[in-house]
Design a protein around this ligand. Sequence first.
Ligand code: HEM
Length: 405
Amino acid sequence: MDGEAIVEQLMTVEGRRDPYPLYELARTLGPVIPGPPDLLLAVGYREVNQVLRNMGFAVADTATRERWEPGFADHSSRVLFSRSILESNAPHHARMRSLIASVFTPRRVAALEPAVTAAVHRLLDEMADRGADGSPVDFMDAFAFRLPVGVICELLGVPEADRYRFRGLASELTATLEIIATDEELAAADRAADELAGYFTELAAARTAHPRDDLVSALVEVAAADESRLSGPELLANLVLLLVAGFETTTNLLGNGLALLFRHPEALAGLRDGGVTPAGFTDEVLRHDSPVQLTSRIALTGGLRIGELEVPYGSGVFLLIGAANRDPDRYEHPDRFDPTRRDSQPLSFGAGPHYCLGAQLARQESQVAVRALVDRFPALAPAGEPVRRDRLVLRGYETLPVILR
Ligand code: HEM
């Protein structure tokens, strides 16, 4: 099988369910291999890391999409994302990112820890009530989805009453980030984008009039101070990005983590006796079953190379994060789930200029959740087979039924 056939297989239901054998197949062909026409696949840790850090490899931004994606401007979901930092390149990226990072600081995230802990315990209380009679509870619905939504809304300052309507909207909107989206999915994503943009327009106006101690207030304040650093549409796009970027990703980190915990009783024992730390556990879940499996770049400078391979101007590169995280040249026994690994540094949050802004927050949520789950429910056990979500880029579970006692 060549690189093109491997990409085709990755797009099938089977390939999405378990992409790891296909990654291994790709690896036998080299750390970077040709895929479909004008596309390369990077599977090696060093190569994926190198591309992410090289600004000659750009993200597909508005200008690129207008040129290469027919009908791009007709889709409000695509236009919205392309105004955000996720889909911008230098110099716009640095301009917006530095402003956002000036208010979304490590200190603000650290200060949120008591609120994260309180949210974790509240959700576990609710789970305990639901499962008190011994009936199964779906961990994804009862916990893994609700925690990140609650936490990011707390940080942004989204009122509690509005939070649960975001679930469907976020899921519909992020379908545009998948490689193949159907017409129906795109239409739903556009509707979700319009609704979310409308919601944040109102919230930003409310916070401009009456600022509070939250991220939306802080962002509208810095944006108002200098419109040339963050325009109105850019502010909206980045607020929506901050809302949805942590939804399914962190949800999947929590779900993938619990599923791995069930498959590895030795890790559970380690978490109980202190041999495994919640931080080590979280990093190994990120490495072993990354919630984001793939991202991409385009060679927008001539004369670029990845390793030995010359990359023609305009070529796309699929960066297979899930494969890079299991590169035997980087990790000993890469397929083994070992939460005692040191210096793991998986590429699950990316690297370089677009390194995930929410990495610290996602890690914090997972660490607090794992500790509390293990302490609180000593008899936590699976109740039947978990069901995977049928997605390639954002990898996680649809349902993960558990019994609490
Ligand atoms: C386990 C959870 C998460 C994972 C695996 C994850 C993964 C990623 C990855 C791989 C990227 C880089 C994409 C690229 O380079 O093409 C990224 C970017 C980003 N993430 Fe996350 N993320 C997570 C949680 C969060 C959370 C909780 C937030 C916000 C609160 C967030 C906000 C962002 C933003 C704003 C960017 C864009 C940064 C930029 O382009 O400069 N993420 N994330």
